[in-house]
Design a protein around this ligand. Structure first.
Ligand code: SOE
Length: 379
């Protein structure tokens, strides 16, 4: 019998992220020595058949088909919002009102105004809250943060980041409905800006501080698509591609680019940071490696080194296997849950909180405004 304190989870949604988070709740207690143990108490979605199948697969004890009923239950401590972006606000406000802790999928909201409302709601209710920007918890990215915070790079001059995919190139791909809601502006709020660049921005702010001004361009390559739910051909409202320039508050310059039209790239998230003494770069396709160049090295052996981030003194790695054996994508979510559980013990909020994630939302809004106006936009 575990002597851990149960933390009853109510999962809303059962898609890709519902699976990633459920897996994390299942695994965290086996690898991390936390006081709290997530319990898969209830899964909730509109389709009874689908949510039952999801619950059976992951071991959720019960199901609900109405999220309001889930929030009324006394046996739910924390709700996990894994539904399309246009539903985050309403559920989060009601969950805060019901006194539930909230773990919300990214991006926080459809826009900054909604996000601000959500921040105020969780802060007024005093409930623990966190947004699932999982890439911070890739050990190599966490190591990058450590190296930067230790001052090893010195003054930062440049930040460069891309997130490239190619899954929406076919004009026959419908928009809207299950699995394809990311293409429907009414459900997603934006295209690659909120879905992919939001990850790049979250990591960038975390590693390199606030962004002060942006200049962006966006494009929607396919102007009309059939809506999966209505069967009607409708205008596409999302940005298929977005590129922007940015200035950070620390004086460094940045370029960001994202598209779902980069043939050959499935999820190429990269970042590179150039500082006065050293540079680092990272690539999601090789996520357990961090490239590092230090100009202070002896010139005869100076060069880019590829750090295999698996040693026990590297972030999170003492919790897994033995040095040299790597971990993957799903572990980032386990790390995030572990940090959330630890935050309940220490009282120190797990980042990014709603308030932290609002910063990313502000940048996304500024990027879209700038693309619209053709002007630089101050944050
Ligand atoms: C889109 O394809 C997507 O699944 C995003 O929604 C995720 O946030 C990203 O991590 C991977 O790509």
């Amino acid at each position: 019998m575990s002597d851990k304190t149960p933390l009853n989870i109510g999962m809303i949604g059962y898609g890709f992220m519902g699976r990633a988070h459920s897996n994390a709740y299942c695994k965290v207690g086996n690898f991390f020595d936390t006081k709290y143990q997530p319990v898969l108490k209830a899964a909730c979605a509109r389709s009874q058949e689908s949510v039952q199948a999801f619950a059976d697969n992951w071991g959720y004890e019960t199901i609900e088909t109405d999220w309001r009923a889930l929030l009324e239950r006394d046996d739910i401590d924390a709700v996990d919002i894994c539904v399309p972006n246009n539903l985050h606000r309403e559920i989060a406000l009601a969950a805060a009102d019901a006194g539930k802790m909230i773990l919300c999928e990214k991006p926080l909201a459809m826009d900054t105004a909604e996000g601000e409302e959500m921040c105020q709601a969780v802060e007024a209710a005093g409930v623990a809250n966190m947004v699932w920007y999982n890439y911070r918890r890739v050990p190599a990215v966490s190591l990058a943060k450590q190296l930067i915070d230790e001052g090893r790079l010195g003054k930062i001059f440049h930040y460069r980041s891309v997130f490239l995919q190619d899954w929406t190139i076919s004009e026959d791909l419908p928009q809207g409905g299950e699995a394809l809601w990311r293409l429907d502006v009414d459900a997603a709020g934006s295209g690659v800006t909120g879905d992919l660049l939001a990850h790049c921005i979250d990591t960038a702010i975390w590693l390199n501080g606030g962004i002060s001004t942006v200049s962006a361009m966006t494009e929607t390559f396919i102007k009309e698509r059939t809506h999966q739910l209505t069967g009607e051909v409708q205008k596409v409202g999302i940005d298929d591609a977005c590129a922007f320039l940015a200035r950070f508050e620390n004086g460094s310059l940045a370029t960001f680019e994202s598209t779902r039209y980069a043939r050959g790239h499935k999820a190429l998230y990269t970042l590179e940071i150039n500082g006065e003494h050293a540079s680092i770069s990272w690539d999601l396709h090789d996520l357990h490696r961090l490239s590092y160049f230090d100009h202070r090295d002896d010139s005869l052996v100076r060069g880019w080194r590829s750090i295999h981030v698996t040693d026990g003194d590297m972030p999170y790695m003492d919790k897994w296997w033995v040095p040299g054996l790597q971990i993957g994508y799903e572990h980032t979510f386990v790390h995030q849950v572990a940090d959330f559980l630890e935050s309940l013990e220490t009282g120190e909020p797990a980042s990014p909180t709603f308030r932290d994630a609002l910063e990313t939302q502000k940048i996304c809004d500024a990027v879209l405004d700038s693309a619209q106006s053709g002007q630089w936009t101050e944050i």
